[in-house]
Design a protein around this ligand. Sequence first.
Ligand code: 6CS
Length: 348
Amino acid sequence: MKKLFTLLMLIVLTGAAAVGCGQPAEAPAASGEETYSWRFAHEEIDGSVQDFYVKKFKEVIEEKSEGRINIEIYPVGQIGDALQQAEILQNGGIEFAIVSPGNTGTVVPENQLFSLHFLFSDDMDKNAEIFKNSSALNEMLSAKYLEKNIQVLAYWTEGAMQWTSNKPVATPADWQGMKMRTMQSPMIVAAYEAYGANPTPVPYMEVYSGLQLNMIEGQENPLFAIEEMKFYEVQKYLTLASSNLFMTTTCTNPDFFNSLPADIQQMVLETVDELRPYSFEVQADLNGAALDKIKEASDIEIVELTPEQREAFQAASVAAYDRYAQVVGADGKAILDKLIEEVAEMTK
Ligand code: 6CS
């Protein structure tokens, strides 16, 4: 059924593109007076980090191009769920999408290194440097995406992951047997199995009802998502774990991108580059405001982990690193090893 939906959307969107895209048949060096109409899909709702990011992309590139480029935005649900959006991007039915590793570990298995806990720095300035300059990400991992017909333009984060649950969680043993909701990448499941939890993937739009009906007892997300999806209404504890980063990527379809004139390609790359600091500001603002909003709106108990408690989780998370190497294989292991080396270098 899901595959059929993706196929139908692809036929509809590809048909629309043929009529409205205004793309030149061959890729000239400069774009002249050509106009462009591109579709940009993301995985979240109005007011979210991705919503802000994509609206900013639209604003910047439409202005840069003096109105010759027009961006049409599709939030989650309009052309399927996050995985279906990624599949439509692969097949050329849309030109751009925000593609999160948490949703696409079955498409690009190597991207599941982002599910590993305590991989990046707690210092977001350092992380900004890593995302921009890491060759493990921008060369090795991006090559894996390209093999699947997805071109990554930027790796970025929507903030640190925090946990909500029905039972207090301050040690790995507290996760024992808990029915934890995760996104669909298999390695996220493995990351929580390393703590003894009983994780199960559930689509984003079904998490609230799953928690409400007690079919699941806990979940991870950045604070802005916990607030805007109102998970705090149906959970008793919020643990400020910052165990890992919610990572995402700005992606394009490579065949489409390569068909663009050089000056238009350059405009896209510049826009993505200009949005790097913006992505960090937006996540900091939304996540910063969310905690106060959650406290005002509920009596959810906030648990702050001590450094020693975080160290205990870090020690337990090592099992998931071993599992990543087994599941993803030698290429994935080489990317992870290189990334660990680069993170150590850039954070010393
Ligand atoms: O937990 C999820 O499934 C989702 N969380 C966020 C913050 N964005 C989209 C994603 O699918």
